[in-house]
Design a protein around this ligand. Sequence first.
Ligand SMILES: Cc1cc2nc3c(=O)[nH]c(=O)nc-3n(C[C@H](O)[C@H](O)[C@H](O)COP(=O)(O)OP(=O)(O)OC[C@H]3O[C@@H](n4cnc5c(N)ncnc54)[C@H](O)[C@@H]3O)c2cc1C
Length: 369
Amino acid sequence: MYDYLIVGAGLYGATVARELTDVGKKILVIDKRNHIAGNVYTEKVEGINVHIYGPHIFHTNDKTVWSYVQRFAEFNRFTNSPLANYKGELYSLPFNMYTFNKMWGAVTPEEASTKIEEQRKAVGIVKPKNLEEQAITLVGTDIYEKLIKEYTQKQWGRPCDQLPTYIIKRLPVRLTFDNNYFNALYQGIPVGGYTKMVNNMLSGVDVRTGVDFFEHKDELMKNAKTVIYTGSIDAYFNYSLGNLEYRSVCFENETLNKPNFQGNAVVNYTDAETPWTRIIEHKWFEFGKDEEGKNLPKTVISREYSSEWKPGLEPYYPVNDDKNGKLYEAYKELAAKELNVIFGGRLGEYKYYDMDQVIAMALEKVKTL
Ligand SMILES: Cc1cc2nc3c(=O)[nH]c(=O)nc-3n(C[C@H](O)[C@H](O)[C@H](O)COP(=O)(O)OP(=O)(O)OC[C@H]3O[C@@H](n4cnc5c(N)ncnc54)[C@H](O)[C@@H]3O)c2cc1C
């Protein structure tokens, strides 16, 4: 008999499992995938830790969470500085003085802000009604046209004038030469990959992978007093009220016989003609200075494609609009009636959470148990 059955070996499940084990509870963790670590899973290919479900950069302002993860991994000092490739022109992201210099030749912050202001005024939008108007109001037309418009359309599968403003409420516009993507106090990648880190979190815990909760539900529930469920909330209720919608992404991985493909971990392709949204070159997350390939003669890249979610695809980004918000609330009411089941994590709560938020929420939840 287990005190807790944890469905999902992602960061939420692993954090809860660690904490409850440490206070003497008997835990079983299951995952329907054949591996632990959920979406932060990394796999070694040619000596490189490949981020199988998309690039993951740990960043946080939460000192408690940062100290917590140090217990399970050593973090390197990776700083996310993505580039935008627009028809072969390269721009620095997020929008900063390097971007403005390349776009307009602006040399001083004053020149850059004058240019942005001019473009904002020329369009004269007072109350933005959609994403296009919101973006132009924030950064002007040139940046919108080259770096936002077609990229966002590829990401969401709809033109920007049909997307809500909330998607880009705040666009970082930096009048400094600072291309660190995140405004976070702490940032890095676990040396040796996320799988190693989650494996350390789950040390001493019973874990079974390749086990789908729904295929063995009765038997599993009979053997546990409480269930902590981190799968999709609508799946738990057999989609009885309808499907919650997601955007999905898929990846085309390729190993190349050269040490350096693009010289950066992440390059976004912001034009409409390129079918992928970005290319990830995984070695740069961990092996910062090996351009000549002395240690790793090969490199692994992933082209990322964005798509509408349909059953069978991985649910990645919840579509937090009104319709889905209401449906989620209805499922939440059903969930409240499941007395010995706790719903958590990004799928259980139908919310986009960063890794640090998921860990913080899991630590909070454990305090209430
Ligand atoms: C493309 C992408 C990039 C991201 N990049 C970043 C980033 O750079 N930085 C950052 O902080 N965050 C990032 N995130 C967010 C991060 O992935 C999440 O915060 C985190 O992985 C969520 O952990 P979780 O445990 O809630 O969910 P998951 O990792 O999804 O774990 C849930 C687990 O439950 C299992 N499961 C589901 N149903 C069942 C079932 N029926 N039976 C058994 N098991 C089941 C699943 O297989 C899965 O392993 C990114 C997300 C995406 C989609």
